[in-house]
Design a protein around this ligand. Sequence first.
Ligand code: GRF
Length: 206
Amino acid sequence: MKIQPANRRLGILLSGRGSNFEAIANQIASGKLRADIAVVISNVETAAGLERARTRGLETVYLPSKQRQREDFDREVVEILKKHDVSLVVLAGFMRILSRVFLEAFPFGILNIHPALLPSFPGTDAQQKTLDYGVKFSGCTVHFVDDTLDGGPIIAQAVVPVLDSDDAETLSLRILREEHRIYSEAIDLVLSGRCEIEGRRVRIRD
Ligand code: GRF
């Protein structure tokens, strides 16, 4: 199946510091990534990423998620994204599981980045799990979001070594540098309409 977003308008969802969002915004500003950030949505009022987005003059929305039914919250997020004519949703440190309401509104239209080489170490604290397990290489993964935890079809990965001297912070930083590079590349691939999905495999056409 060929993936072809209807336009190049991105909706960014974040809950924290927003360094991936900022890297994407920088790539767009420098003309290396042809896309528009239509809206930045956060469920955390104090998220640094939200402030970074405001400083850039982007459209931002804070939508509290606490004590709300997952489906109700997701329905509202979808409404905002549709209102802004978003065709590709980019999760950038968005700390929530998406319900069917959200997934069905954007089939193969939601991307996530994870700080490990999936399917190893899904979920939270991936870098600490990586160190505890003792693997010698780690990295990051950009994937389509489906109804499994960090389990959707993989678009791009990058590898970094795990050093004996690493702690979670130094490993996270090394991985983050690669995250900032491959997220924009993966977004570009998806927007370009060159991605084809067959089962779990995402193939890139020339
Ligand atoms: C990143 O490590 C990303 O892989 C994970 O959440 C973190 C978000 O960092 N999904 P930032 O908010 O983009 O700086």
